[in-house]
Write a protein that binds this ligand. Structure first.
Ligand SMILES: Nc1ncnc2c1ncn2[C@@H]1O[C@H](COP(=O)(O)OP(=O)(O)OP(=O)(O)O)[C@@H](O)[C@H]1O
Length: 599
């Protein structure tokens, strides 16, 4: 209910005036629809099928009086003419209302999508470390679709409520006793249907969980297809997939069963009620023919409205979990907000003079656990110098880099830029000056050119080739079937690992950063290409601050400073020659191991 109210408030806040115009249109449609009912009375009178007695119904008396004295054909034409006018009016309002409804629905869903996406972009990296990517995709696609259907249901629900009230008012005007009778049973029905609404809601929750798992499984399976194929895991995955789709099928059938059972029960109840109702009006109240006719017609209109509201509530109940998931995601994003604004292109890159510092930094991924990924880290990354970070796998190298870029926040201690603490205010400015190449760099399923221009849409052809030459990528790109305009597949799958790394390096250079961070960016390169990149990086020395994580120690021989990490701590700092001489140190050991491997 809480989410429903929140949702109503949001739709109201978003659509404002249009929502009211939409409601007025609905009311007019309802009024025109009800007015057409009254025409039935003089129409029946004219046919002479029944001798109508409209005593006690002053409005109908007045109507019958109007037609007395007018020739039968003229009366018929007038009545039918009014009927056509009412229907035309209804059609016109219905059209406007449908368009307005679509505007509210589509506009609101667009706002929800945009707000959620903005929230995702504002959120910090910690949020993404906690969340499953496929869950976010599921909310942005499937659940968003359900929410959109929910908005439609919500508008329908409001329309049903309004029309029902109009018809109740008319029914009261015609017969207080009989309308009270219908309402009494209507109320019982709504109370009785609570069970169905609750059941729909819980099945909706189950649907949400299953769709989330479905999305996660499909994403995982597709991402791991190479592993699946090369290790012959097809059957295991198929079995898992079949069991899930079976559960999904059962869930949907259960939901349809609940909805159709309630509809069936209400149909049965309405048949019994209408029979009892007619009996009651004729035998007990001795109602007049016109009254009975009208009330029967109204009953036939009013009762489906009440059951319609019930069915609407049931369907809304099943879409509520999707809405809740969407609102929860928006709230989580808001709680993890790091960026003040998304207009990052207007932010000036930071102009660093001295360098970056970590001062007694402690960091853990899971606040509930005792294990720190980084402990007592004190390090200075000098401006325009090359710093290499080395250490065994899991030592904390990538974590340290994430902290330096402000992606992770220190639990204790702080990161500073030129002695100013790194905060949410200056983090964008710092990142604008960084080009970062991760271990598993990302390339879009687009052309080489598009992948490069994403970093700088205004880059000229000359600058593009210059960056490609620099990264030893120009030669292989020239050989591609369409050169720069060749599509490279999902995450650049049509390129080799080394080609991908070189292309990403060219992209990083195109940005003209003042800080270049490479996290094992040359690990997939052959000796020849690695040497070329080494040379290129050498040429950059003194022109920008370079931080590299390297496993192959030969590649960092010329670094100005080497930081050695072990189990989350910095255990040695110095230049290559000095560290190599410290025979008892971890760096010396690493060097020995690598020498032996090469030998
Ligand atoms: N997202 C995460 N959630 C929880 N723990 C993590 C996460 N990422 C890394 N860790 C843990 O933090 C520690 C440091 O990991 P990190 O990736 O920084 O090491 P690394 O030195 O870069 O290793 P490698 O050379 O293998 O890339 C490891 O124990 C790792 O298991």
């Amino acid at each position: 209910m809480k989410h429903f109210l929140h949702f109503t408030k949001q739709i109201h806040g978003y659509s404002g005036k249009i929502l009211y115009i939409n409601l007025i249109c609905m009311m007019l449609i309802g009024l025109l629809d009800s007015a057409s009912i009254f025409l039935v009375i003089p129409l029946i009178g004219l046919t002479g099928i029944m001798d109508l007695n409209t005593d006690g119904l002053s409005f109908l008396n007045w109507m019958t009086d109007v037609f007395t004295g007018i020739p039968k054909t003229a009366s018929l034409l007038i009545i039918l003419g009014i009927y056509v006018l009412l229907m035309v009016g209804q059609g016109v309002f219905k059209r406007s209302q449908t368009i307005l409804g679509a505007k509210i629905q589509q506009g609101f869903i667009r706002k929800l999508k945009e707000d959620t996406y903005k929230g995702l972009l504002h959120a910090n990296w910690g949020f993404y470390l906690k969340k499953r990517k496929s869950d976010i995709i599921n909310i942005m696609t499937n659940e968003m679709y359900n929410v959109s259907a929910g908005i439609y249901l919500f508008l329908q629900f409001m329309s049903s409520i309004i029309l029902t009230f109009i018809q109740i008012a008319i029914a009261f005007y015609l017969s207080v006793k009989m309308t009270s009778f219908i309402l009494f049973f209507g109320l019982i029905l709504i109370l009785f249907s609570k069970k169905f609404i609750r059941k729909s809601h819980s099945l909706g929750k189950e649907t949400f969980g299953l769709t989330e798992t479905y999305m996660a499984d499909v994403t995982d399976h597709l991402n791991g297809m190479k592993d699946i194929k090369s290790n012959s895991l097809e059957e295991n995955h198929l079995r898992k997939f079949f069991s899930l789709t079976e559960k999904m099928e059962k869930n949907r059938i259960k939901l349809v069963t609940v909805n159709s059972t309630s509809q069936m029960l209400f149909k049965m109840v309405s048949a019994i009620l209408i029979a009892a109702f007619i009996f009651f009006s004729i035998e007990m109240v001795q109602a007049q023919t016109a009254q009975v006719m009208l009330v029967v017609i109204i009953f036939a209109k009013l009762w489906p409205r009440i059951t319609g509201i019930q069915s609407n509530l049931e369907q809304l109940g099943s879409t509520m979990p999707s809405l809740k998931a969407l609102l929860d995601l928006q709230n989580e994003c808001a709680d993890s907000r790091e960026l003040q604004s998304l207009e990052v292109n207007d932010v000036k890159p930071i102009v660093m003079k001295f360098g970056l510092n970590c001062l007694n930094v402690h960091f853990k991924y899971d606040s509930q656990k005792d294990t720190y990924a980084l402990r007592k880290v004190d390090v200075h990354i000098p401006f325009n110098r090359m710093t290499a970070i080395v250490g065994a796998s899991g030592a904390g190298k990538s974590t340290l880099i994430d902290l330096l870029m402000g992606l992770n926040k220190a639990d204790r201690g702080m990161v500073t830029i030129d002695n100013e603490p790194l905060t949410n205010e200056n983090v964008t400015s710092l990142r604008r000056s960084i080009s970062y190449i991760p271990q598993d760099p990302f390339l879009f399923n687009a052309t080489v050119r598009e992948n490069l221009l994403i970093i700088d849409p205004d880059a000229t052809e000359d600058r593009i080739w210059e960056a490609l030459e620099f990264a030893a990528a120009a030669e292989f790109i020239r050989k591609l079937p369409q050169g720069l305009d060749t599509r490279i597949g999902d995450r650049g799958i049509r390129l080799s690992g080394g080609e991908r790394q070189r292309l990403v390096l060219a992209r990083a250079i195109l940005r003209q950063p003042s800080i270049l961070i490479l996290d094992e960016a040359t690990s997939a390169l052959d000796v020849e290409n690695e040497a070329k990149i080494q040379e290129a990086i050498e040429r950059l020395k003194g022109k920008m601050t370079i931080i590299v994580i390297a496993h192959r120690l030969s590649t960092i021989r010329n670094a100005d400073q080497i930081v050695v990490m072990d189990a989350g701590e910095i255990i040695q700092t110095g230049d290559y020659n000095r560290l190599a001489k410290e025979k008892e140190g971890v760096f010396g050991n690493l060097l020995d191991i690598q020498m032996q491997t090469i030998a």
